[in-house]
Every structure is written in structure tokens, then in C-alpha cells.
Design a protein around this ligand. Sequence first.
Ligand code: KIV
Ligand code: NA
Length: 278
Amino acid sequence: PKKVTLGYLQSLKGRRDTAITTLTAYDYPTGRQCEVGGIDICLVGDSLAQVCLGYDSTTRLTLDEMIHHAKAVSRAAKRPFLVADMPFGTYLESKEKTISNAIRLIREAGMESLKLEGGEEIKDTVYELTRVGIPIMAHIGLLPQRHVALSGYKVQGRDASSAVKLFRAAKELQDAGAWGIVLEAVPHRLAAYITQRLHIPTIGIGAGRECDGQVLVWDDAMGLWAGHQARFVRQFAQLGHEASRGVTEYINAVRHRSFPDPIQESYEIEDTQWTEFL
Ligand code: KIV
Ligand code: NA
């Protein structure tokens, strides 16, 4: 399996017979699973804040925390295309600050592309980053970094005016140079419409099956997240249950003194008369 490149991802645009597979990864083991399983895009999402670090919102995540985790993912995932979220507030202050923050994610963390949340209001930022040679992924629809401004995590683009706004934003971001776009929590007909009218790949999450690819949060897809589950989540494994079972089994074995096994799981002394040397 060859290294996933932007050219390869672009070649999957509009292909009905295949789709771009994307999963989030946050550390060496999850990056490793994406590598071994043959995932196309590994996204070090800022969902890292909640699922790995226990924060209540992605807005808490710092650039240093993102870099620390993205580094571990890049050590594990070699074939997948590597994308990281620019954390909240790291692409707002000034053009210079945005570029230097972006460069840290590329140079220090080994990311190949960065994702930014926002509509036409961030098109200049997308343009500037693209211009210095950093491939940018756009992200529209539900924007978790703005959950307070949006009054919660809600489906976007349900009425005609917001649907039209999202379509226009997608076009503007494409024109600004984004190579691809995440559509989060938007009606499937709107996502299909946007997908048909853009020449860059769309990656959906809660956006129906007509997108050029799909993305899910690792912990959601693997059944590791015990909190709220969005409508669009499907659990493809139940690792949380399996881990709980393992912890209970371990506790029982330790308490019943059936672990460790004296032969299989323990070491023997060579000199059995060793106490005579005391
Ligand atoms: O942070 C994240 O996990 C994401 C994806 C769900 C698109 O942005
Ligand atoms: Na994100």
C-alpha cells in the first residue's frame, strides 16, 4: 500500500465505487491502528480535548497539547495522509501568528495538512496558509469550536437561508485553496448538493452517504465514549465494554490470588537453598 497523497485523495473525488476513509487518531496506538488497518486520512482532531484529555470543550485545547499528541500519531501512521486541527484561537490573532502556529504543526508535529473551522469569514486565512504551501482542509456546518455561539451542538443548514449560506461558504473555501472540506451535521441532501458542485473532496460526519468520504471520532466508532452519542455515530466495535470486562477480570484474579500463575507467569530461583546463604 502506497503513501496517501493529495493527488490520490483528489482522484477519489466523485467516485461512487469507493470513498475516502478517515478516522481520528490521538496517540501512537490509535495512529498505529489507522496505519495497519489502511485508513486513508488520519485526523488528529481537536476532539482530543474531550475524548483524551477530559476537557468539556475543544476550546480548552492548547497548541502545545495538540503538537504533543500529533507527534505521537505521526510516529505511528506513515501511509495515511496526516491532518491536524488548528486549535481554537490559533488561527485568529494575526496573519503572522497564524502562519507561525501552522508551521509548528507541520515542522514539529510532522503533520501534512491542517484543518480550520469556519465559513467565508476565514477564507483569507485559508488563502494565506495555502499560499505558504500548507494544504488546508476546511470544516463547515456544525463547528464545535463555536458551540457556545451556536447555542449547542446542533444540525446546521436545515432552513433554506442557512443551507444556501453553507453552499456559498463551501465554494468560497474551495476558491481560497482548500483541498478538501469536512461537512459536519448537515442534512444529507445539502451535503450531496455541495459534493456534486465542488471539485474538491467532501468528507462527511453526520452528512449522509453521498459525500466523497466519511470521518468518525475514534472513541465514538470503537465504542469507547460513554458520554452523549450523536445521531450520526455508529459503533463498529465495543472496546469500552471489552475494557470494563478486562478490568473486572483483573481485579477478580488478583483478589482470588489466581494471578499471577506460579509457573507460567512467575520466575524460579536457580538456587533453591538460597536462604542458607543468609
Ligand atoms: O475534532 C474532530 O474529531 C473533528 C472531526 C470529527 C471532523 O473535527
Ligand atoms: Na475538530
